[in-house]
Ligand binder design. Structure first.
Ligand SMILES: Cc1ncc(COP(=O)(O)O)c(C=O)c1O
Length: 492
């Protein structure tokens, strides 16, 4: 840092001080309530914020997230160079807009869009993530259903959507925000994905569509989109399916290309995918695609012309940086099919390897390996392990080593089941996997030993005849002994 630069800073800079930690700002609280009156030198502002952020977890050790935490330097450079371009400004940034169009066409082909005159009929838009893409998809389903009902002179007051209880929260949000009833197919203690028969049985005249999750957030398993589609066709129902391929959309086409889940299925009308998950771009970018313009009601598309040219728009937000779209395009052309295939195949192998290690330790595995689901390992303690430890204690213990491996409860109807999950991403190499497994073994041992000591203490407490009526206090918690005899021994 140039010291002359700091000492020449005007207002707010301690006289004679030329370093960040000697400045008066270093002895003050960071502004958190009111707008600060004075300026702060840029070096100080940068350092203070950077120092605060050090207390965040390390993104690469965050095994809870599906979101990309590594990109090549060239991609980061493109992001930095285009972050000040607003993609909505078509007139000003036609090349960025062209990049978005290319990405959509590439995705339409990847998801096997029907073709017309050698071009995919599917169309779409970049979004901030899958949540926005799902909101748009649900809105399109609802509007199409409503338009059709109106044409038939039927009421439009009770739309419903069918989904499993294992959906990500954005589906519940979409249903609530757009006033659509949720018809849910419950997960069970042995099935963590939708049951196609139960889903199709729920269809009625007010059903706007069925959600199929292609890679559930809980276990990474693929819901049986083909099963739902085939059943609908068999029963002569044209109920549309929206595939939530937030994660699977960038995994299955490369690891399991023969798995049929996309526009190859007649009732699949829309698909979302997160560019910032296995699309390998930093957050936030997602994509929404529709089978053809027939599935995107014109009333939802706005024509805006006040930025200098006529342009069509179907998103919730208006302004957005072009940088992540450009970064997505970088990944597409940098990696190609070959690159995505080798990365996703490696991740799948690592997930399978982790699965085998965890099974060896004694965990019960809930995810499906071998490329039949995401490279995600969902697991829970076996009944024997559960006697001395629970998933939440294990997650907390691993946090001490820097690992973020979430413990959580299963979807509605199975909330009594606790579980843990590791999302295998690019930087999670085999050796990092070995370190995690090693730390997990140690954590389990330490927790079990601690629990044993606690049990021994408790037994001693019982044996040593606790005085009835005596009160024991630790910090703010006091317990009165009501039942067992005499004195507690020293040290208990
Ligand atoms: C299946 C599924 N759908 C939707 C979402 C929401 O995606 P985003 O974070 O891109 O908004 C997630 C996020 O984890 C997800 O796993």
């Amino acid at each position: 840092m140039a010291s002359e630069q700091l000492s020449t800073q005007p207002a707010g800079w301690s006289k004679g001080t030329s370093n960040v930690y000697g400045s008066r700002f270093a002895s003050q609280h960071m502004p958190s309530d009111t707008f600060p009156d004075d300026e702060m030198p840029k070096e100080v502002a940068y350092r203070m914020i950077k120092d605060e952020l050090v207390l965040d977890g390390h993104p690469m050790l965050n095994l809870a997230t599906f979101v990309t935490t590594y990109m090549e330097e060239e991609a980061e450079k493109l992001i930095a160079e285009s972050t000040n371009k607003n993609i909505i400004d078509h007139e000003e940034y036609p090349k960025s807009v062209e990049t978005e169009k290319r990405c959509i066409t590439i995705l339409a082909n990847l998801f096997n869009s029907p073709m017309l005159n050698s071009k995919p009929t599917a169309l779409g838009t970049a979004c901030i993530g899958s949540s926005e893409a799902i909101m748009l998809g649900v809105l399109a389903l609802k509007t199409r259903w409503k338009n059709r009902r109106r044409e038939e002179g039927k009421p439009t007051s009770n739309p419903n959507i069918i989904m499993s209880t294992g959906v990500q929260v954005c589906w519940e949000k979409a249903a609530r925000y757009f006033e659509i009833d949720e018809k849910t197919v419950p997960c069970t203690e042995t099935r963590y994905v939708i049951d196609p028969v139960a889903a199709v049985d729920l269809v009625d005249e007010n059903t706007i569509g069925i959600c199929a999750i292609f890679g559930t957030t809980y276990t990474g398993q693929y819901e049986n989109v083909k099963g739902i589609n085939d059943l609908l066709v068999k029963r002569g129902l044209d109920t549309p399916i929206h595939v939530d391929a937030a994660s699977g959309g960038f995994v299955a086409p490369f690891v399991n290309p023969d798995l049929i889940w996309d526009f190859r299925l007649s009732n699949v009308v829309s698909i979302n995918v997160s560019g910032h998950k296995y699309g390998l771009v930093y957050p936030g970018i997602g994509w929404a695609l529709w089978r053809s313009s027939a599935y995107l009601p014109p009333g939802l598309i706005f024509n805006i012309n006040y930025l200098g040219a006529e342009q069509l728009n179907f998103t919730f937000n208006f302004s957005k940086s072009a940088s992540h779209i450009i970064a997505q395009y970088y990944q597409f052309i940098r990696l190609g099919r070959k690159g995505y295939t080798s990365i996703m195949t490696n991740l799948t192998h690592t997930a399978d390897y982790l699965t085998s290690q965890l099974r060896e330790i004694g965990f019960t595995i809930m995810s499906t390996g071998g490329g039949d689901g995401l490279p995600v390992v969902a697991f829970r303690l076996s009944p024997e392990q559960r006697i001395v430890v629970d998933e939440f204690a294990l997650a907390a213990k691993l946090r001490e080593k820097g690992w973020i491996v979430p413990a959580y409860t299963m979807a509605a109807d199975c909330e009594s089941m606790s579980m843990m999950r590791v999302v295998v991403r690019e930087e999670f190499s085999q050796s990092r996997c070995d370190s995690l497994v090693n730390d997990m073994r140690v954590a389990l041992r330490v927790l079990a030993e601690k629990e044993m000591v606690n049990m021994q203490r408790y037994q001693a407490l019982m044996r040593n005849q606790i005085e009835i009526g005596k009160t024991f206090c630790y910090e703010n918690t006091c317990v009165q002994v009501n039942e067992i005899g005499d004195n507690v021994s020293d040290g208990v």
